[in-house]
Design a protein around this ligand. Structure first.
Ligand SMILES: Nc1nc2c(ncn2[C@@H]2O[C@H](COP(=O)(O)OP(=O)(O)OP(=O)(O)O)[C@@H](O)[C@H]2O)c(=O)[nH]1
Length: 204
């Protein structure tokens, strides 16, 4: 069984818990406890594989969230970065998070392949008080090799599900790529050893 680990990050009150709960239960409750962190588990069958999905919902710690994040960055295979389309400051925060994830020393220290990231503009039902345009979100995502969508955890169950599935598919593609690189890496090492020692043996 493949393990897929996702972390949902974003500013305070952007709807991180609402999105996770919507995905897991198809329900929108309205108010969610925000003073403790949780890891949710779900078994999924996708692309012919049984998956053990873990979703980490950190409690809101705005100071910490901005620049430390070290354990989250090492734990997760993929990130959902959430902002609220009716709150510009949450977009600035999402931008800082994306830059942190894409910092060269973060993305290359441990990883052969970049983490999958999906930027979400939540609360689309509040578009009458919109402060962040669709194009801004799209551009930020494009410039940082992220997927992008706008949706409403409050009103759209299917879209929320499709958003998570999209990210999980990206994570699976990355895992395959990593496996392929590891395999071709060990193959070229074997070839190198064979060239060096094989040739020597012939000339003795
Ligand atoms: N209108 C609207 N409200 C939403 C939506 N999603 C979440 N909310 C509301 O936004 C508030 C915050 O939602 P949460 O899911 O607790 O947000 P959070 O990011 O987990 O919050 P913290 O953990 O405190 O940072 C709640 O009152 C939700 O009901 C949405 O799509 N539309």
């Amino acid at each position: 069984m493949n393990d897929v680990k996702l972390t949902v990050l974003g500013g305070e009150g952007t709807g991180k818990s609402a999105l996770i709960v919507r995905f897991l239960t198809k329900r929108f409750i309205g108010e969610y406890a925000s003073n403790f962190e949780s890891i949710y588990n779900k078994h999924l069958f996708l692309e012919g594989k049984q998956l053990n999905l873990e979703i980490y919902d950190p409690c809101s710690q705005p100071q910490k969230a901005k620049f430390s994040l070290t354990s989250e960055l090492h734990w997760a295979d993929g990130f959902v970065i959430v902002y609220d389309i009716s709150d510009r400051s949450s977009f600035a925060f999402a931008k800082a998070l994306i830059y942190r994830i894409r910092e060269p020393q973060t993305s290359h220290r441990k990883r052969a392949v970049e983490s999958a990231v999906l930027l979400v503009g939540n609360k689309q039902d509040l578009c009458h008080v919109r402060e962040v345009g669709w194009i801004e979100g799209h551009r930020l995502a494009l410039e940082n090799r992220c997927q992008f969508c706008e949706l409403s955890a409050a009103e759209q169950s299917l879209e929320v599900e499709m958003m998570f599935i999209r990210l999980i598919r990206d994570v699976l593609t990355n895992l395959k790529l990593k496996e392929k690189r590891r395999y071709s890496g060990s193959k070229s090492m074997a070839k190198l050893i064979n060239n060096v020692f094989g040739k020597r043996r012939k000339s003795v």
